[in-house]
Design a protein around this ligand. Structure first.
Ligand code: ADP
Ligand code: ASP
Ligand code: MG
Length: 410
């Protein structure tokens, strides 16, 4: 008997009708003779709504209480889904992350899954039940507190559970037909990829393609779990994330990210050790720095700009201002109206001129590039946030000939 892990995202379970449709689909998979382990996200925009509520009662909510609050979202959807499966005439049982034995680090809001002790899940699967596990959550064995895994974390829950139980496949069932060459909401003629390599999917996810959480792709790679991103509304095949694909596309896709802010320190004395101190302090405060640019030095001083997730930009700004006054820098400013656009493709390693074409396409659309960073298979540019959608469309058009896949019928 095959074990299939199916993860359903928020839009797919947004209301009672959709929950019933998902329950029907799960029941069909079970009736076909498979064991089914389901991971479910909170309904619709529940997580956003809970965050907004917390903001209304506190400007700085304690991280522990935030996790207590947010884990409630998935608790609602898991119980309702179990009820809907019962109504289909099948046995189903729901478990919180903690009950499912998902053990994590203690970092509230960004916990990492360390181990899964899935006795209860295994027992229920063996009894023939459909098991539903709340996504995005676990428990820290050290603090005994409930934790969350970061936004989009149900994807990580699903792939980690698939690895722990040796599932045959991890299906990420969502509101689009698969992984596209760009966000289909922004580029209506984006194309659906039949398959994508883990390396490229990791870069796209890390560059902001929200369809899969980057950490879930890492799990998939580490434990060799086939991931199938597909629609939760119909049965057509979606996109397979594979270690090796049949063909290597020159460009696999374009991603964008509007979640970062840029901090600039002006008039930094140009001597050894300043950058080391600044970024050591960022690391010490758990701030993930993404891009860094240091200008040429003029009269012994320079400017350093870097980007950080907007969620940690207040901490980053405070730390930078403190350091700037200690070292006698001229000043610090923060810019929250930035966004990043990235072109990803394994073939760019062996095709010269891709960067030049990116810059030309943006320039032809009159979009100014403020920062640039590259990896062997990615080129990212920071632009004004109100131009990022144009930037995605202009790169998609410029690389049309190199992009593979089928056009979306949206
Ligand atoms: P879920 O609630 O199912 O987890 P998400 O909203 O997290 O769904 O992810 C699906 C969304 O990701 C899509 O609706 C789409 O707008 C967005 N997206 C961004 N980039 C891509 C891409 N390259 N391919 C497909 N979808 C993408
Ligand atoms: N509900 C969580 C979120 O909105 C987790 C998820 O959907 O994957 O981020
Ligand atoms: Mg998601």
């Amino acid at each position: 008997m095959a074990l299939i892990v199916q993860k359903y995202g928020g839009t797919s379970v947004a209301d009672a009708d959709r929950l019933k449709r998902v329950a029907h689909r799960i029941a069909d998979t079970r009736r076909e003779g498979n064991q089914v382990l389901v991971v479910v996200s909170a309904m619709g925009k529940t997580t956003d709504d809970l965050i907004a509520l917390a903001d209304q009662v506190s400007s700085n909510p304690p991280a522990r209480e935030m996790d207590m609050l947010l884990t409630a979202g998935e608790r609602i959807s898991m119980a309702l889904l179990a009820m809907a499966i019962h109504a289909e005439g099948l046995e189903a049982v729901s478990f919180t992350g903690s009950q499912a034995g998902i053990l994590t680090s203690e970092a509230h809001g960004e916990a990492k899954i360390e181990e899964i002790r899935g006795f209860r899940v295994q027992e229920s699967l063996d009894e023939g039940k459909v098991v539903i596990v709340a996504g995005f959550q676990g428990v820290s064995p050290r603090t005994k507190e409930v934790t969350t895994l970061g936004r989009g974390g149900s994807d990580a829950s699903a792939v980690a559970l698939a690895a722990a139980f040796g599932a045959d496949v991890c299906e990420i069932c969502t509101d689009v037909d698969g992984v596209f060459t760009a966000d289909p909401r922004i580029v209506p003629n984006a194309r659906k990829l039949d398959e994508i390599s883990t390396e490229e999917m990791l870069e796209l996810a890390a560059a902001g393609a929200g369809v899969l959480m980057a950490r879930s792709v890492e799990f998939g790679r580490r434990f060799n779990i086939p991931i199938h991103v597909r629609s939760s509304f119909h049965d057509a095949p979606g996109t397979w994330v594979k270690e090796k694909t049949m063909e290597e596309a020159i460009i696999s896709g374009i991603a964008h990210d509007t979640s970062e802010a840029k901090i600039t320190v002006h008039g930094v004395p140009d001597r050894p050790g300043i950058a080391a101190t600044l970024f050591e302090q960022m690391a010490g405060h758990q701030v993930n720095v993404d891009m860094i640019v240091q200008n040429v030095s003029i009269d012994g001083s320079t400017d350093i700009s870097f980007t950080v997730p907007r969620s940690t930009s207040a901490t980053a700004l405070e730390v930078t201002e403190q350091l700037a006054s200690e070292i006698g820098a001229a000043g610090v400013d923060i810019d929250t109206d930035i966004a990043k656009v990235s072109l990803v493709g394994a073939g760019m390693k062996s095709h010269p001129g891709v960067a030049a074409r990116v810059f030309r396409a943006l320039s032809d659309s009159d979009i100014n590039i403020e920062m640039i960073s590259t990896s062997t298979i990615r080129i990212s540019c920071v632009v004004r946030s109100d131009r990022v959608e144009d930037a995605v469309r202009s790169l998609h058009a410029a690389f049309e000939a190199e992009l593979v896949g089928e056009e979306a019928d949206v």
